[in-house]
Structures are given as C-alpha cells and as structure tokens.
Design a protein around this ligand. Structure first.
Ligand SMILES: Nc1ncnc2c1ncn2[C@@H]1O[C@H](COP(=O)(O)OP(=O)(O)O)[C@@H](O)[C@H]1O
Ligand SMILES: [Mg+2]
Length: 261
C-alpha cells in the first residue's frame, strides 16, 4: 500500500437545508487512481469542489500530504499541487492549443504576478521554462501538430486532452477530473483512459468522476460509490459495481445512467 496523499475527514457541505456532502471520509494513495461514481445529485462534484477549494466546507477537514489544507483557495492549492479540471470551461475555443496550455502553467501563480515581473530576468526565465514544459506536454500527449490551431476548431476528444494538458502544465501532484468522457464516443473515451494512465505513470495521483462504467473499470484502482452526499461503499471496481446498494442507488433514481450500469 502506497502512502496516503489525500485524506478527507468528515467532510460536509450544506446548501440551505440540503446536505450535498455529508460526513464524507475517504483517502487517496500516492499514484493511485480513485474513481467516484453515483447517480446525479449524489454529491460527487461538490466533493471535489470542496477538496480543490472551489467551495468551502461546512465541516470536516482535507489533509494533503499530512497538511491541513481545508478552505484554502484554488490558486493556493494549485501551487501546492492539487488541480481540478472542469468539464468544458477550461478550454478557450478562440485561443490556440498552445495558448491554452500556457495559461495552465500559470494556474498556481497569484494573479498579477506574471505582469508585475514581466520585464525582469526572472520573468523571462519563467516564460522560457514554461514554454519548454508546455512544449514537452503537448508532444507527450500528441498535440504538437495542432499546437497553433484554435482550440475550438478541434474535435471534442482533442479538446478533452487539451483540458488535461492545461491542468498538467501547473505541475500537479494530484489531478481531479469531473466526467472527462461525458459526450465522447467509445473510441475517444478509450483514448482519454490511455491518457490518464499515462498521467499516472508520470507519478501523478488521480481522482476521476464518471458514469461510464466501461471507462471506469479499465482505469480505476479503487472506486467509491456515493449517494445523497454519503459514501455507499469503496473497493475494487468490479466489487463496487456489483454491490446491491450501488445498483439500487442508480436504479432507484430511474435516470439515464441506470441503463449504463
Ligand atoms: N451551488 C449549489 N447551490 C445549491 N445546491 C447545490 C449547489 N451545488 C450542488 N447542489 C446540490 O447538491 C447536490 C449534489 O450535487 P452535485 O455535487 O453536483 O452532484 P453530482 O456531481 O453527484 O451529480 C444536488 O442536490 C445539487 O442540486
Ligand atoms: Mg457532477
């Protein structure tokens, strides 16, 4: 068993009277891929929004590498190595692939930092380092050839990969992906799965939310199933998917995801 990188203790978030996440406990080992599944409204997105600082918890703690990081802001967390990707908001269609990726590299810096040091030697070195790092990333994920095209002109699958490049450019230790294959074909989903496995092979820890069972089975070391803000069960993907409580949670809602499990 590898070291625990992320530990979530009794995490809760209420919206008015609704407990979107309630007394949630889980951990993620270093270099692990942890999946989160559960019907719509289960609290999956809220859980990673809490961990990544997008929203503040009503209660509980988030420990990253032993440090209490509860309630810190996303850019502070990005600098510490926690980065969350968003479903589609991270890719700017009118920017080139390269410009999008460079923006990711500055995720962990305070707004204004780059501008303030724009003409200094330090800034020049930062820009050169960034350009090299981004170039390597684009190369590594086979996006070099399209680096100078407008991101919006690329097929959707490429944009998903670019979304990952943006997060990786911030040099994270852990990335959190919310439904990375929603809307993709089976072939594109396989490509995203391979990309995430490559990301892990680089030593990066991954939390991934998705409904696509085939995708999750081929990717995750462990899966946590959630329902109504709570953890239902956590374990090996096949065990979790076969768990009657998990099946009931999906079927009980009677929504589209029930047909896919
Ligand atoms: N900003 C918000 N304000 C009010 N309610 C919210 C907000 N975000 C999420 N919720 C509610 O919290 C519950 C969990 O939502 P969410 O975390 O998005 O679920 P999931 O990602 O599993 O589909 C839902 O009932 C949702 O309507
Ligand atoms: Mg969600």
């Amino acid at each position: 068993m590898s070291n625990t990188l992320l530990k979530i203790e009794n995490l809760s978030r209420h919206f008015g009277g609704l407990a979107a996440v309630s007394e949630l406990n889980f951990h993620v080992g270093e270099h692990e891929i942890l999946g989160i599944i559960g019907p719509n409204g289960a609290g999956k997105t809220t859980a990673i929004n809490l961990v990544s600082g997008v929203i503040r918890p009503s209660g509980g703690r988030v420990l990253f590498d032993g440090e209490d990081i509860t309630g810190l802001l996303p850019h502070v967390l990005a600098r510490k190595g926690l980065v969350r990707t968003f479903q589609s908001t991270t890719v700017y269609g009118s920017q080139t692939v390269y410009e999008n990726a460079v923006r990711g590299a500055y995720l962990g810096l305070y707004p204004g930092f780059v501008a303030a040091f724009f003409n200094t030697r330090r800034a020049r070195r930062l820009r050169e380092d960034t350009a090299r790092r981004v170039g390597e990333l684009l190369d590594w994920l086979n996006l070099s050839e399209v680096a100078h095209l407008q991101a919006g002109s690329l097929p959707y699958g490429y944009q998903k990969t670019l979304g990952m490049v943006i997060s990786l450019a911030a040099q994270p230790r852990i990335v959190m992906l919310d439904e990375p294959v929603a809307g993709l074909s089976a072939e594109e989903a396989d490509h995203v799965r391979d990309t995430i496995l490559k990301i892990r092979a680089r030593g990066i820890t991954v939390i991934v939310i998705d409904h696509n069972i085939r995708f999750m089975k081929g990717l995750c070391d462990r899966v946590m199933a959630m329902n109504q803000g709570h953890e239902l069960t956590t374990g090996a993907p096949l065990d979790v998917l076969a768990n009657p409580k998990v099946i009931e949670a999906y079927l009980g809602r009677g929504h589209a995801a029930a047909h896919r499990i």
